[in-house]
Design a protein around this ligand. Structure first.
Ligand SMILES: Nc1ncnc2c1ncn2[C@@H]1O[C@H](COP(=O)(O)OP(=O)(O)OP(=O)(O)O)[C@@H](O)[C@H]1O
Ligand SMILES: C[C@H](N)[C@H](N)CCCCCC(=O)O
Ligand SMILES: [Mg+2]
Length: 209
């Protein structure tokens, strides 16, 4: 069994999936076999042929070559809302043990497993369970994706502090440029480096990708 990481972010829609795809390519370039997991996907659609589609699942599978979406994404919900609300509306209770079982099966089959959370570190999975509880239950070191834009220093440092307070290891962070010209980008980056160390990856702004 190889390495596995839990990918969290400074917010929703700041590039966790984008970064997971880039990390996948980064490890693949080293000759490593990478698999991905999206434990809970809210914001799905049913296609005309009756199959379910979720953007994150599709992008991760395209990057890794996975086809067994039920294994890598055990819980999927239609509305694009917080997982705990989507699950409640569907009458489903998200089980950390089920997710750990899927993660173990995937990890056994690869060199690097990337598990992408939903939303940020404290996005709820149930009324009594946050994303951080899943990361801790899986026992995974955490990669923090920072969406580089105004406000991200505060969000990044709060998240890093919360990761450590939860007893999880912060394995590293990714600087993901989500806006084309962040004012004083270099100074923002230097401040994050001062507190978090050098990023694992620095991802450029790619326009609408
Ligand atoms: N470096 C980048 N340059 C340009 N666009 C980006 C970049 N990173 C992310 N985006 C875009 O921002 C949007 C959100 O990115 P992404 O889906 O990776 O976020 P996320 O954190 O995974 O969101 P969620 O919480 O829904 O899982 C997407 O449309 C994506 O293409
Ligand atoms: C639907 C969306 N794209 C994400 N997958 C879920 C974001 C959950 C955020 C919860 C919150 O912190 O308010
Ligand atoms: Mg995502």
């Amino acid at each position: 069994m190889g390495q596995a990481f839990f990918i969290t972010g400074t917010d929703t829609e700041i590039g966790k999936t984008h970064s997971a795809v880039k990390l996948t390519q980064h490890y693949q370039a080293q000759g490593l076999r990478v698999l991905a997991m999206k434990p809970v996907a809210s914001g799905c659609e049913v296609l005309p042929d009756g199959s379910w589609h979720n953007d994150d699942v599709a992008r991760l599978c395209a990057a890794t070559g996975q086809t067994d979406t039920a294994l890598m994404n055990p819980y999927r919900f239609l509305p694009p809302v917080s997982p705990h609300i989507a699950a409640r509306q569907a009458g489903v209770t998200v089980s950390l043990d089920v997710l750990a079982d899927h993660a173990q099966r995937l990890a056994a089959d690869c060199d690097v497993l990337l598990v992408e959370g939903a939303g940020g570190w404290m996005a709820p999975l149930r009324d009594d369970c946050l994303m951080q509880d899943l990361a801790r239950h899986l026992g995974l070191p955490v990669i923090l994706v920072v969406g580089m834009r105004l406000g991200c220093i505060n969000h990044a440092l709060l998240t890093a502090q919360a990761v450590r307070a939860a007893g999880c290891a912060l394995a590293g962070w990714v600087a993901n440029r989500v806006v084309p010209n962040q004012p004083a980008f270099e100074d923002n980056l230097a401040t994050l480096v001062q507190h978090l160390g050098e990023p694992m990856l620095l991802l450029p702004y790619e326009g609408a990708c």
